[in-house]
Design a protein around this ligand. Sequence first.
Ligand code: NAD
Ligand code: TYD
Length: 333
Amino acid sequence: MRVLVTGGAGFIGSHFAKRLQRAGEEVVVLDKLTYSGNPANLEGTGIELVVGDICDPQAVERAAKGCEAIVNFAAETHVDRSILGATDFGRTEFVGTQTLLELVRKIDVRYVQVSTDEVYGDLEAGGSSRENDPLAPSSPYSVAKAAADLHIPAYVRTFGVQACITRGSNTYGPNQYPEKLIPLFSTNALDGQPLPLYGDGKQIRDWLYVEDHCAGVEAVLRRGRAGEIYNIGGGHEVENIEIAERIIELTGADPKLLQHVDDRPGHDRRYSLSSEKAKEELGWGPVVSFAGGIEQTVAWYQANRAWWESIKSGEHYRAYYERQYAERLAGAE
Ligand code: NAD
Ligand code: TYD
């Protein structure tokens, strides 16, 4: 099978592209190489990388030539950046997904939309989200993802396309751009820099190791039923503060680096996914424990300094970091 992986130079997409290649599939990646897209993630694989935008119909059509399936990872992905400005989020998520589906209806290929548990919103009150729960996104990022998801059932119903949605939970592992919690805190700890914990740090996420996430998307690509949504949850609900403390332990950093800073506006307290459907229908379940996954991940950042130092020393990263954290850290407790 020849598969187009959009956003395949990013964190999860690159792991997925390599996973499909290992399974003997032919993979082509279409990626705009935004700040988080990194050709180094595909280095040495021989995977074809086409640089282009999923909002550009011609680029998409060219890249998809000869493909039997499209898996869409391309997105603007960071909640904090969406709070600073969400225009790119709306465009890539909504227009980009629509552009891909316009092609899918024309050339009749399988399609998987990679979405997120954040579309279900805050579950502070308890319980776990199921696939048919209402959408209640609370950040500009999750609104853009939810809006993109709405295209899929409409194209399935109207045009009979073979499309599914996956909703993964918070994902971590090697090659994750150092702006999200685990790679940011790991690299800051290794550099002796502060770990800026938002608010009380008791927010809960359902952590999923990247390879488990990719296995879930692969199962949906191969066996998912058209029009269906599949939750892909890690099943490991952990408070942010516990993660920060574990990273300090694993890196041997000074515990004083942990600093409570002003909270993220609109911050969701808890996410939790029920993945019963993926288990029952597809036989998928996560296999990596959180204890093992976090140890492996921190070890990877320890062993791959050159990968993240080249990102963190860049002008783009430094400007973002200053904007997001300078004031917060100045007022830290
Ligand atoms: P990432 O930021 O590392 O990768 C996103 C990739 O998309 C980058 O390579 C970027 O260059 C590319 N891209 C952005 N806009 C594009 C455009 N207009 N055209 C083509 N390429 C474009 O993010 P990630 O963590 O790998 O996330 C991948 C997907 O998984 C996203 O759709 C995200 O919403 C979803 N997801 C992520 C998580 C998580 O915890 N990271 C959890 C659930 C779902
Ligand atoms: P993040 O990795 O940005 O993922 P998401 O917002 O998509 O869940 O954040 C995970 C959790 O960590 C979230 O509750 C916010 C918190 N967090 C901090 O406390 N400090 C930080 O610097 C970052 C980036 C996140």
